[in-house]
Design a protein around this ligand. Sequence first.
Ligand SMILES: O=P(O)(O)OC[C@H]1O[C@H](OP(=O)(O)OP(=O)(O)O)[C@H](O)[C@@H]1O
Ligand SMILES: O=c1[nH]c(=O)c2nc[nH]c2[nH]1
Ligand SMILES: [Mg+2]
Length: 160
Amino acid sequence: MTTKSAQRTFPVSWEELHRNAKALAWRLIESGPFTGIVAITRGGLVPAAIVARELEIRLVDTFCVATYDDRTLGQPQILKGIEGDGTGLLIIDDLVDTGVTARLVRGQLPKAHFATIYAKPAGRPLVDTFITEVSQDTWILFPWDTEPQSAVPVAKQVLR
Ligand SMILES: O=P(O)(O)OC[C@H]1O[C@H](OP(=O)(O)OP(=O)(O)O)[C@H](O)[C@@H]1O
Ligand SMILES: O=c1[nH]c(=O)c2nc[nH]c2[nH]1
Ligand SMILES: [Mg+2]
């Protein structure tokens, strides 16, 4: 499924994101220790920074991949990979949706532990650890992709 068909949106605030990333760190303590973190760019960068701080891991690298253009699913393009089979590494992304990105990265780093904050049902089997499940028809709005704007008053939204 392309997530173009998402029916609802789920806005996430910076505070909520921070809280969930810390919850992920708590859960990951049991699965470690890890020798380093690999952030899947770009969405994994902020969660990876928070998890790295909480787990006191200073070795952080990137796996650079682009799968979506706006909300349209495409062929994943690897811009930069990581050497080796992923032994001892913790891979962090913001979410799994269809699982296309996770499948690709797992294929390259099969021994790594794969963690995300959010998981949709189609991608869930590809993740070792996650915090929150959201429905497949939900588009998550991350704080780095959004900005506050004036809301239309209720009275103006009501059709008379
Ligand atoms: O499970 P999937 O269907 O593959 O979707 C999940 C991926 O899509 C998004 O990345 P995107 O390609 O939009 O790039 P970005 O992280 O740079 O925003 C998100 O950050 C995940 O990496
Ligand atoms: O910001 C995003 N929200 C999502 O729900 C999603 N799914 C794939 N890629 C995504 N990016
Ligand atoms: Mg991404």
